[in-house]
Design a protein. Structure first.
Length: 276
């Protein structure tokens, strides 16, 4: 074989290698419906997978409800120490809950903690009624806020994410919400990073098990309904880099955990590689 032929063969082998490598990376998708990874430090999207696919938001909805509540506190419209009387509607709300009793009174601070840590649906209704006057007006405020933030693929029907016809969001919209939420209210991670919450001598754990499994994760919120699957907004900080991963529609919580860890670790690797 002549030198020219050997060079040609070598080039072809390298070309096949690089094409195969690129193909394997393209096929290395997450076993979830949609996902997006964002570097808050540099404002760069590092990964997307069906990021604009519509999906019911489940309890991730509560991040928007918390956003509105904390904004109301910032504006001086309400205070953390305000006593909130629990309505029959709030007390009868199903799903994950704080086990609020209708007619009882609890501080707004405890209700927000219950929403953030144990995803309390009853607390979400109580907060919506207190800040919005009623749930319907609060939900209107949610949709106005979502529009103002640029969440163009989202519409909300209730303040807690329980299954509802027409309630929809996307991974990209959830990222938009999470970024603005964390930038405007960075102290909120003090609550979202808590692993347990106790009310009326009932201690419940945070469903975000990455708080214990991943050393860099310090928030933010999980969600699940049968039709949509398992969701999570996970934020993690390593050195001076903060990432936000949104994973939607995993078949079970184990897959959600595995794929979110994989996404975050790959993100930190990419950041380090770019710096090197």
């Amino acid at each position: 074989m002549t030198l020219a032929k050997r060079v040609t063969v070598s080039i072809m082998i390298l070309l096949v290698f690089f094409l195969s490598n690129a193909l394997s990376k393209a096929e290395a998708r997450l076993a979830v419906r949609s996902a997006i990874l964002f570097d808050m430090t540099t404002d760069r999207v590092l990964y997307t997978q069906n990021a604009d696919a519509p999906v019911q938001p489940a309890s991730i909805t509560k991040v928007l409800s918390l956003y509105i509540a904390i904004e109301a506190i910032r504006k001086g419209n309400v205070s953390l120490g305000d006593p909130v009387k629990i309505s029959r509607k709030a007390g009868r709300t199903n799903g994950s809950k704080m086990f609020l009793k209708a007619g009882s009174t609890i501080s707004l601070k405890e209700l927000l903690e219950g929403m953030a840590v144990v995803s309390a649906n009853d607390a979400s209704v109580a907060v919506a009624e207190y800040i919005g006057g009623n749930v319907e007006d609060f939900v209107k405020k949610m949709n106005r806020t979502a529009h103002e933030l640029g969440m163009t693929g989202s519409f909300f029907v209730n303040p807690n994410g329980l299954p509802a016809k027409g309630q929809v969001t996307t991974a990209r919209d959830v990222l938009t919400l999470a970024c603005d939420y964390m930038r405007r209210f960075p102290d909120s991670l003090d609550i979202h990073s808590r692993q347990y919450f106790t009310y009326r001598d009932i201690t419940q754990h945070n469903h975000n098990n990455l708080l214990t499994l991943h050393p860099d994760v310090d928030g933010l919120k999980t969600g699940w309904i049968r039709k949509a699957g398992y969701h999570i907004i996970a934020t993690a900080k390593r050195d001076n880099t903060r990432l936000i991963a949104v994973v939607m529609g995993a078949r079970n919580h184990a897959i959600r955990t595995k794929e979110t860890e994989r996404l975050l670790d790959e993100g930190f690797r990419m950041v380090q590689e770019n710096r090197g």
